[in-house]
Design a protein around this ligand. Sequence first.
Ligand code: HEM
Length: 511
Amino acid sequence: MEAVSMASMFTFQGVLQGLCVAVLVGVVIVKLRAPKLKLPPGPTALPIVGNWLQVGNDLNHRNLAELANTYGDVFMLKMGQRNLVVVSSPDAAKGVLHTQGVEFGSRNNNIVFDTFTGNGQDMVFTEYGDHWRRMRRIMTVPFFTNKAVQHSRSAWEEEADFVIRDLKARPEAATSGVIIRKRLQLLMYNVMYRMMFDSRFETEEDPLYLKLKTLNGERSRLSQSFDYNYGDFIPILRPFLRGYLKIVKDVKDRRLALFKESFVDVRRKLNNKKGTVKSDDEKCAIDHILEAERKGEINEDNVLYIVENINVAAIETTLWSMEWGVAELVNNPEMQTTIRNELISILGKGNLVSEPDTYNNKLPYLSAFVKEVMRLHMAIPLLVPHMNINQAKLAGYDIPAKSKILVNAWWIANNPKNWDQPEKFMPERFLDGKIEASGNDFRFLPFGAGRRACPGLIIAMPLLSIVIGRLVQSFELLPPPGVKKIDVAEKGGQFSLHIATQSTVVLRPID
Ligand code: HEM
């Protein structure tokens, strides 16, 4: 009996050992047979965590620029199970955004963004393909065409005038100063909500405005935080993120419900009323989008995700750039004088800058100033991460499928190899008007370039010139009493960059 059980144990052990050896041999054969990849350089990765412990959580544009100095213009980090490829030269950026724009034209999954966008039912964070093409087409007519700009430009100029009117009405603005961001934020909401819904908020205290601002702020904080990286990089750690993801889902649900009940459905009801067929001139963006829904091109959720995308992509980015612009105006009073004189000499005294004045380098110094703000203080310094669905080649390296590709547009625009004294705020470098923000020069990519480039540039660039130009025409902008320069220290997120301390600015009216 004992002999039999010994024998069976012996065979069992043998089988187990045999199996282990077979698996091991199999793994070695697969490894040997697999084509040898020429991966981009990078620090040696540890099992499971990869380079995570070496490089830390905060993969911001400055830390990544330092790593580029060590590992080169195209390098790779292994963050847990994710491959992260960082691109830091104009040539390599051209490869990702233009030459191989299709291969690298998708977006990565990310546990938090997936929740906020319903797993890519939106446009900004969706894969490159039919859904993206459809969403882009539907959003283009009401937002991203010259016709849309002409339709809205008087509203933009009116909102800029309201800012000036309100600031002039506040005595403290001319003495102790005001936090300018708050009023510019209302301007940005009004510009975009007038375009979207033909509606505006009268004051900063409007309860609906406050609700929107809070929920959008929460969305931004939760998605831009580095706190959830561990669950994103190492899937087995995801259960520890349950609490975080529950909050994300709650914010997402409340936000979409607010968009739906307070804006989309209001407009839907208005459109459904008999005898309210609108001409193209009377339509706002959501009317066009609801038309696409009626035709069955998109569903109700897609409509809400378009509203979600505009709230994130349009409002904060442009606001941050305005705030940086105001800070640079205050810190460089001689540039205020140059802009003011240019506006007087080209437009004539008393004529405020308007949308048609902002093109073709008609106002070279004002345009150069806006571009320089975007070069030194890029609102989205790493662009929105790109992704290659299939294995691809870049700069002679093999890029594994589904790598997260970060284009360090900030470093490309601030690297002394590409720019003279890049740390200096010098609008003169853009004076000849040859370098546009649209990506005609791969050293300057504040809006990206190619297929996934920002379509909102058509709104953001004229709007920035209108607001900055009109502020300078109406006020002398100064630091608050006792302060020499405004603090332009920055605060970054997963891929955002804004001024760390909200600037208090004194605005002394000019006759
Ligand atoms: C100063 C203001 C702005 C800056 C700096 C900015 C920057 C960017 C950047 C860097 C990207 C990603 C490009 C890439 O992945 O290669 C992007 C994408 C996008 N932006 Fe903007 N943006 C601004 C304003 C706007 C405005 C006003 C709108 C809409 C009205 C808008 C709508 C979008 C959309 C829809 C995308 C996604 C494009 C896609 O994935 O295909 N942006 N933006």
